[in-house]
Design a protein around this ligand. Structure first.
Ligand SMILES: [Zn+2]
Length: 946
């Protein structure tokens, strides 16, 4: 069928008749010539529902491999009606594909409410069992070799858990917004499709939406028309749309938005965004049209950052174009901030979405946070090449997308012309290293190049190994082989595989060939495999011999294997810095490890005078647990603050924390070093990581901040002051401390313990929220007074922040009756909240200071949590687990509860592999904490008495 021919007929008709008469004529014309357009009666007779709707299902690699082996020349033509109200949306999809073999029982993926009709090559399918288990089975006798057409009229549900087409109603103005999130495999919750990355296809899209809504997708819309306009008729004919699809709007005004055919892309990169979003257009840039969009109530904040996003994006695109020797592969670039989102961002082609927590509302971001947000922007932009232009074949190679995007975004922030003002790239990168190391030491660790049999297991790969460790591997590859290898290899990689799919070998073959062209003798492919195909972390220590003059005779690096993972010796190169008495770097020496021998002699250090301290893995080029010798530890204990570079101080504090975990340092030793050090620390980044991550001693931290740090008067920088008071508010858990911060709310001024006002800083709306939460958690403040604070807050701020705080506060009321009421709500009632409200409610409920109120729920948690994983979506179930579990009980009895739970749910089926991993990680954590208990009894004892 040629749409051109149809268009011509309509154009002629349109010149002869009125719009409504034309619509009628078109319908009759269309109905007569196309038997696929059913009457409503015949549709209801073929209507199908999936008996397994509401249960979780996944797509297997076996199915995906079979389908990809027989399907080609695939395309989708989608029409949807997006209705207000948050319930359902309706659509029709026409799928064309070439079939080369008829031996498989072919199916489409679809998790939807209803199929109104299914037509295969013109035959209406009436067998209602064709739709089951989230699949639409395509009867073999109706398909034929060569080109096929499947047409489906469907009804799908909006979601509130960010897996599909997410619905959000803004509590501030009641406006409704939609956005799609399809990765890993949720496109089939929006429309029926072959939902796997290697069946790339072009998409055409027609959307009927309320008249005041914008609609966005991969491409810019080519036509927006009302029902009365000629374009409307052309669109419905082109998409073979039956009137009943838009009749759903009744009297409500609506528009049709038509989008031209996209480039070939994987289903997980498909996007559909709609709602009365506000758009800020980049007026200066014409090469790549950019817009920043957000919900209307956030416009004033987004306007402040839009120009930065435009500027940084263009500089970054120019950098990548040069680095990859491949031009920006798509047309426009929309940035959309979305509410209630469970991730940082998603790289939909030309239509990237970001969490609203990247927008600075009435709050102050530290420089780390500001630049960290930009790193995410650069990460998503790199995906346009890595992931969107060239895509992994199956989820096993997710790391090809994520490790690379993660690593290159830091290279870009560090090196791109015009981004010199952002100077924290490698300091922020440390969080990737810490994240990778943390997960690599757990029993659930896996190789960077993972393996997954289905899309449920694929979700497990979105973790610290694929993102953090993978990025560290690439940083090491850069350092080991030089960045030219990467540049040369990627050029050929992108040219060879544009708009196609790849596996690990394709990537390494191109890098290996580039290494050979550059005259590098070492086998890059072998070297890479040693990192990518085995899991686990190496422990790297050192020892040395001295002569009488305190000069180094021999310096040996020793490589040991961590007990978790399928560990092996690996070759890597890193830097050891020699520090003098004032912690200044005397010299940096390159060191390395071998894959053949546990011990490596570092000849470059022979003959050097013994320094005051060795700093192993200086600048963090290496990946592993790098140890500190006793002499150096003593020096760092006394003089850590003298190390000039804040990135190195942050790295060192994490190394000390790792030593604490390994029981090489006691809790009091560790805290002693930190406390001493915090008295001189000035970097926001080091302050925040020290205060937030390492000292769960609430009252002590509160006093330390409000008395010692803020009282010292040495901080004038606004962002540091904001950071410190935010940490203090979070640490205010006992009644005495809450009374102090309650006054901060009343007076809208921060004060020290002696009442002196802290200058240079005012109480922000964000602070008022944090203070209100602490007031509600308190045991001593009367409920009526608590309610007054919440009322005052609601008067000041009517945004979704207040809605979230209300969820927190209502579950934070510290009475047994309240906790019991909530527990029953969580587990016995079929609640359907917005995604983030679950978290706020759970965190308010399960506070450590309320643990004596929650004693009855400890056992109940283990009894009820398996059913949550059966009936709730993955992300919401994960919130139940993370935020309601009794992870504060570090004893044999509680560890045994987790072990029993693991036994109960390990029934051999792989569809709960994610749940199993969560339990295993928790057991690892608790066992580790318990081991450290004896050595750190003093430390843990003080945590107990909050
Ligand atoms: Zn990514």
């Amino acid at each position: 069928m040629s749409s051109d021919t149809q268009d011509n007929k309509i154009l002629i008709a349109a010149s002869l008749t009125t719009a409504s008469a034309l619509a009628q004529a078109l319908y009759i014309y269309f109905k007569n010539r196309n038997p696929d357009v059913e009457t409503e009666e015949s549709e209801s007779s073929t209507s199908m529902v999936d008996p397994a709707y509401g249960e979780s299902r996944f797509i297997t690699r076996i199915d995906a491999v079979q389908r990809a082996s027989v399907i080609s020349n695939l395309s989708y033509k989608i029409a949807v009606s997006l209705l207000k109200g948050g319930e359902n949306f309706h659509g029709q999809v026409t799928i064309n594909f070439n079939l080369s073999y008829q031996g498989y029982h072919l199916s489409l993926d679809y998790t939807g409410k209803e199929i109104k009709h299914l037509i295969i090559n013109g035959h209406v399918v009436s067998d209602k069992t064709a739709f089951k288990d989230h699949k639409i089975y395509l009867q073999r006798n109706l398909l034929h070799l060569g080109q096929n057409e499947v047409k489906i009229r469907f009804v799908s549900a909006y979601v509130k858990d960010c897996q599909g087409l997410h619905y959000f109603k803004d509590p501030q103005d009641d406006r409704e917004y939609l956005y799609s999130q399809c990765e890993a495999a949720d496109a089939h919750k929006i429309f029926p499709c072959f939902d796997q990355p290697d069946l790339k296809a072009p998409y055409e899209l027609l959307v009927f939406a309320p008249a005041d809504w914008k609609v966005m997708s991969t491409k810019a819309s080519s036509k927006i028309s009302t029902k009365e306009e000629l374009g409307f008729q052309q669109s419905i004919l082109k998409f073979s749309v039956n009137h009943e699809l838009y009749d759903l709007f009744g009297d409500e005004p609506f528009k049709a938005h038509e989008f031209p055919q996209s480039q070939k892309l994987s289903t997980y990169l498909y996007s559909l965004m709609a709602g009365p979003y506000e758009a800020i257009v980049d007026e200066d840039q014409t090469e790549i049209p950019q817009r920043v969009l957000c919900r209307q109530s956030l416009t004033e904040y987004v306007k402040k950052i839009a120009q930065t996003w435009f500027k940084v994006s263009i500089k970054c695109i120019k950098f990548y174009e040069k680095f990859f020797s491949t031009p920006w592969p798509f047309d426009k670039f929309d940035h959309l901030f979305v509410p209630d989102y469970n991730m940082g961002a998603m790289e939909n082609v030309g239509m990237v979405i970001y969490t609203e927590s990247y927008i600075q509302r009435d709050e102050v971001f530290t420089r780390d946070k500001q630049q960290g947000v930009l790193v995410t922007l650069l990460h998503e932009i790199s995906h346009m090449w890595f992931g969107n232009l060239v895509t992994m074949k199956w989820w096993d190679d997710l790391w090809l997308n994520e490790s690379f995007a993660n690593f290159i975004s830091y290279v870009c922030l560090d090196q791109a012309d015009g981004l010199e003002e952002y100077d924290l790239a490698w300091s922020i990168f440390l969080s990737e290293n810490f994240w990778g190391m943390e997960e690599d030491q757990q029993s659930t660790t896996h190789p960077i190049a993972g393996s997954c049999a289905n899309t449920e297991e694929a979700q497990n790969l979105f973790d610290g190994i694929s993102y953090g460790k993978g990025a560290c591997f690439l940083r090491q590859l850069f350092f080991y082989f030089g960045d030219q290898v990467m540049r040369d290899g990627l050029q050929t990689y992108f040219h060879k595989f544009a708009y196609k799919n790849t596996v690990l070998n394709d990537f390494l073959t191109e890098l290996g060939a580039a290494a050979k062209r550059l005259g590098i003798k070492e086998d890059l492919v072998d070297w890479s495999y040693s990192w990518l195909k085995s899991s686990g972390i190496n422990i790297i220590s050192y020892e040395y011999d001295l002569n009488d003059q305190n000069e180094i005779l021999e310096f040996r690096v020793i490589q040991d294997l961590h007990h978790n993972g399928q560990n092996r010796l690996r070759k890597q190169k890193f830097v050891i810095a020699l520090l003098d008495d004032n912690m200044q770097v005397i010299e940096e020496v390159e060191a390395h490890t071998s894959d053949k021998s546990r011990v490596t002699v570092i000849h470059g250090l022979a003959g050097k005078k013994l320094p005051q301290a060795f700093f192993s893995n200086y600048r963090c080029y290496g990946y592993g647990k790098f140890k500190i010798d006793n002499r150096s530890l003593k020096a760092f204990d006394e003089k850590l603050g003298l190390i000039k570079d804040s990135m190195q101080r942050k790295l060192l504090i994490n190394t000390l924390n790792e030593m604490l975990k390994d029981q090489e340092l006691s809790g009091s030793q560790f805290l002693g070093i930190l406390k001493k050090h915090l008295k001189t620390e000035t970097s926001d980044s080091v302050l925040s990581s020290s205060l937030q991550s390492y000292i769960p001693l609430y009252h002590e931290v509160f006093v330390l901040i409000v008395k010692d740090l803020l009282g010292s008067g040495r901080f004038e920088n606004k962002t540091t002051l904001h950071l410190l008071v935010e940490c203090a508010i979070n640490a205010a858990r006992n009644d005495e401390d809450v009374l102090v911060i309650k006054k901060w709310f009343d007076r809208r001024r921060f004060t020290l313990l002696d009442g002196a006002v802290i200058e240079h800083i005012e109480v922000s709306t964000k602070h008022l929220h944090s203070i209100t939460k602490r007031i509600f958690s308190s045991f001593s403040i009367p409920q009526e007074e608590k309610d007054n604070y919440l009322d005052k807050l609601a008067e000041i701020d009517s945004s979704d922040w207040t809605q979230q705080t209300k969820y927190y506060c209502s579950s934070a009321i510290p009475t047994v009756a309240n906790k019991q009421k909530l527990w029953s709500q969580y587990f016995d009632q079929d609640i359907e909240w917005q995604y983030s409200n679950y978290q706020y409610s759970f965190i308010g409920f399960n506070q450590v200071i309320h643990r004596h109120l929650n004693e009855d729920f400890v056992q109940a948690f283990f009894q009820r949590i398996p059913e949550i994983f059966k009936k709730k979506g993955r992300f919401i179930a994960e919130s139940y687990f993370h935020y309601l579990q009794p992870d504060y009980l570090v004893d044999d009895e509680n560890i045994q509860r987790y072990r029993d739970l693991l036994k109960q749910v390990s029934d051999g089926s792989s569809d709960n592999s994610h749940f199993i991993n969560l339990i295993k990680n928790m057991i690892d954590d608790l066992v580790l904490q318990q081991k450290g208990k004896a050595l750190s009894a003093d430390y843990l004892e003080s945590i107990k008495h909050l």
